[in-house]
Ligand binder design. Structure first.
Ligand code: ACO
Length: 429
């Protein structure tokens, strides 16, 4: 017999269906609540609200578990390539060799960006944040491919848009960086893998090749895989909600990039490094900053600590921490900012404030240190996150369209003034 939840309201009893996921995740289906009871539910920040049924990512925050399509991220980040994982997340299964070859060929084929788009870069002011640039460049892509604007076209057309996005986002991201530092844009090299090509476009110059270190390439591959999806987070929910109005995929992804930018979400990786530098420049008194983070009258928070769903540890952070050590050892980097990070972690993890609130270092605590060691400018860190998250955004948008989900439109409890009559200015006092 299927479970039901009982709700008593104004003395009347209602039965609500219970939905159980494949990993025994339980939900009360309140979709008919308003029409049967006249009540809505209130849940600011959606802390307790399931917005969809999804088969892409499973996450168990209490036990630090993260799977894409059933495969643990520990295995995927150890053995797979980013494009293989992108295929898995989007299409639902690991690719055969033939499928992977087709996917890789298609992505390589689409890496060039329309030459007219280069002119946009001339219009951005010096120092423009690359997340703002990337978000608008991706939105602009819809104007170059007007055929992509209807999300209900045959799958082959939609697939072309998906492949174009994966291919061109890497090129656009690297170009945004080159423009911001006043270097000439490097064109993609299609004989390279996805990550090698990105490193080439970021760091090579017309006058000098960039020698790709396999440890750096591997760390980048891991970082992108670990960011590939994270179920209904802020940016993914944004992508789904924008797409639910039947807006095209480019606009939906552009909105996702904007949502990711904030320091409470993807922007945390930039904020972590800025915070560590601030602590170092202030004399390196880690305890002082931990105390500031605990002080309720101080708005300062330890960036890279805490997570909405992981309450014991972030499984991505564990993998990244190891990759971080590998990269720093390989490149022989001694970074004083890393010393501050290690001290901060040690002090915070022993502090009752952090223990009681289950605040652990999240993925962004370490990712910035790797990016910095590789030579990626701080303002590009969140762009790196966006590059990794793109397959997840695409997969979630695709799932939402395939499920024919209705337009996303939350309700509210109105707390403003009751009805009152307009008063002309002279009489307002
Ligand atoms: N430093 C100090 N205190 C913190 C921190 C922190 N980083 N994070 C949470 N807290 C405290 C809060 O003040 C609150 O304390 P209280 O119960 O005494 O009021 C308690 O811990 C719970 O915090 P909430 O903000 O309610 O938790 P929520 O789930 O809403 O927020 C979030 C999660 C946004 C990630 C938060 O922990 C945070 O701001 N962290 C720093 C930013 C960060 O690293 N973001 C990256 C997240 S990972 C990602 O997006 C990829």
């Amino acid at each position: 017999m299927s479970e039901k939840a009982k709700l008593i309201l104004e003395g009347k009893e209602y039965e609500l269906p219970v939905v159980i996921g494949t990993e025994n995740e339980k939900a009360i289906d309140i979709s008919k609540l308003l029409e049967t009871t006249g009540y809505i539910t209130l849940d600011t920040g959606f802390k307790n609200t399931g917005s969809t049924k999804s088969a892409i990512t499973f996450l168990d925050g209490d036990n630090g578990i993260l799977w894409y399509r059933g495969y643990p991220i520990e295995q995927l980040s150890e053995y797979a390539s980013f494009l293989e994982v992108a295929y898995l997340v989007i299409y639902g299964e690991l690719p055969t060799q033939k499928e992977l070859d087709y996917f890789q060929r298609s992505i390589s084929h689409h890496t060039l960006v329309h030459e007219d788009m280069k002119r946009f870069y001339e219009a951005y002011p010096t120092g423009a944040h690359p997340m703002g640039v990337l978000s608008s460049m991706i939105a602009s892509m819809s104007t170059f491919y007007p055929g992509s604007q209807n999300p209900n076209r045959p799958f082959k057309d939609i697939e072309l848009t998906m492949h174009r996005l994966i291919a061109k986002m890497a090129t656009l991201a690297a170009q945004a960086n080159k423009v911001s530092i006043g270097h000439p844009i490097m064109y993609p090299k299609n004989s390279y893998s996805y990550t090698q090509n990105f490193l080439h476009m970021m760091f090579a110059l017309p006058t000098a090749d960039y020698e790709i270190d396999p440890v750096v390439d591997d760390a980048l591959n891991k970082l992108l895989i670990l960011h590939a999806d994270h179920e209904q987070n802020c940016s993914t929910s944004t992508v789904r909600i924008v797409g639910s109005s039947q807006s095209n995929l480019y606009s939906s992804i552009s909105a996702g990039i904007a949502a990711l930018w904030g320091p409470l979400h993807g922007g945390a990786n930039q904020a972590v490094i800025e915070m560590l530098e601030r602590i170092k420049n202030d004399g390196g008194d880690v305890q002082k900053w931990v105390d500031k983070a605990k002080d309720k009258n101080d708005s300062f928070r330890l960036m890279g600590f805490g997570h909405r769903v992981y309450k014991n540890f972030d499984p991505r952070a564990k993998i990244i921490k190891k990759a971080c050590d590998d990269v720093l050892n390989r490149l022989g980097i001694h970074d004083p900012v890393l010393d501050i990070a290690k001290q901060l972690e040690e002090v915070a993890l022993k502090d009752p404030y952090f223990i009681e609130r289950k605040l652990y270092p999240n993925v962004d605590f370490y990712s910035g240190i790797i990016y910095r060691a590789i030579g990626i400018p701080t303002e590009m860190f969140t762009v790196m996150f966006a590059l990794g998250r793109l397959p997840g955004w695409i997969a979630q948008w695709k799932e939402m369209i395939e499920h024919g989900e209705p337009i996303g439109r939350p309700r509210q409890v109105y707390t403003g003034s009751t009805k009152r009559d307009y008063v002309p200015i002279p009489k307002r006092g």
